[in-house]
Ligand binder design. Sequence first.
Ligand SMILES: [Zn+2]
Length: 390
Amino acid sequence: MLVASSSASAGALLRHVRTGRARSRAELVALTGASRNTVSARVDQLIAANLLAEGGRGWSTGGRPPTLLQFNSRAGCVLAVDLGVTSVDVAVTDLSAQVLATVGHPIDIADGPRPVLAEVDRLAQLVLADAGLEPADVCAVGIGVPGPVEHSSGRPSHPPIMPGWHDFPIPSAFGRYECPVYVDNDVNVMALGEMGAAGSVQDVLVVKVGTGIGCGVIVDGRVYRGAQGSAGDIGHIHVTTPDGRLVTCRCGQENCLEALAGGGALLRDAVAAGLPVSTTREVVERAAQGDGAAIELVREAGRTIGTVLAALVNFFNPHRIVVTGGVAQAGVPLLAGIRESVYRRSMPLAARALEITVSEAPELSGRVGAALMAIEGFLDEESVEQALAR
Ligand SMILES: [Zn+2]
C-alpha cells in the first residue's frame, strides 16, 4: 500500500477544507500538487467517514462548475475546560469550536485535583445534556490549567498556584469518555483561542496579563512549547526599574516582571498610592472608567511589560502581539504603555509592521482554545489516517 505524502494525506486535505483554504477537489489538487485521482479517492474516503460533505456548486472557470466540499463540523463534539484559580468554565463545542452549551462555576484550585475534577465532570455532564448530546459523542477533551504541564502526559509539574496537583494525571479524570484528553497551560490554550478556528500561518506572541504574566509563542500558526514545555514563561524575566527599587517575587527572586507589573503588583501599587481598592479587578475597572491615578498605574505596568516584549520582538520578530487576561480589560492605557516601550526599544526592521492589539474576547479565548486543542488532536493527520483505516 502506498503511504500518503503528508502534504496530501487525508488529514491534510481535511485541514485545508476545514480552515477554508480549499473548497473543491480542484482547489485541493492545486494546493497540494497531488494528482486528481489521489485527491478524489481520499476525499471519497472522508465523505464516507462523514467528515466531509458535498454541497452546492462553485463558479465555473470554464467547463462544468465544481462541486463544493464542506467540513461536517457536526460529525462529533469536544469538551473544552478552562480551569482557573478561582473558577472553571466548561463548554461543549462542535468540531469547528462553535460553543453549543457552556456553564461556569466558582472553585478553589487549592482544594486539589480530586474534588475540583469531580466538579468539572459534573459540569461536563450538565453541558452535554444541555446540548442534547451523549458522552459517546465526545471525540476529545481539551483542558487549560493555570500552571506548567507536561503536555505529553497531561501532568502538572510543580505548579506554584495549584497546591496538591503536582504530577496528578489529569486525563484519568475523563476516563468515561474513552477518547484522547489534551492538557496544556492556560496561556498556550488562550493563544490557540486567539488564533481562531481558521488558524493562522503567522508568528504571534499572545501575552496574558493576569495575576501572573505568561506568553504563548505561536510559530507558523502552531504553539511552540520548547524542550520541556515551558517556552514563553516570561513572568520571571528580570527587569531593572528606573528608580532602582527592588521587589521580591513569589518565586524568591528579585524584580521579576510579574512582581513589578502583574495583577498582584498593580493592586499593591494602587493601595500604596491611596486608591480605595481591594482587588486587581477594581483597579482595572477604575482605569477602564477613566480614573487618572489608576490609568497611570496600568500604563506604567504596560511600560514595564513593554521593556521585556521589546527584547522578545528583537529576538523573535513576530507579526503580531495580542494582549489578553484580566488586566488586558483595562484596554487603552495598558496597550499605550506597552506600545511606548516596544516601539522605543525594538529594532526598526522588527517593529516596522508589528501589530500590537488587545484580545477582543479575553473571557472566551480559554474555552475556544481548549476546544481547538482537542479538535487539532482529534483531527491531526495520523488520527485521521487511523480513523479511515478502521
Ligand atoms: Zn519570579
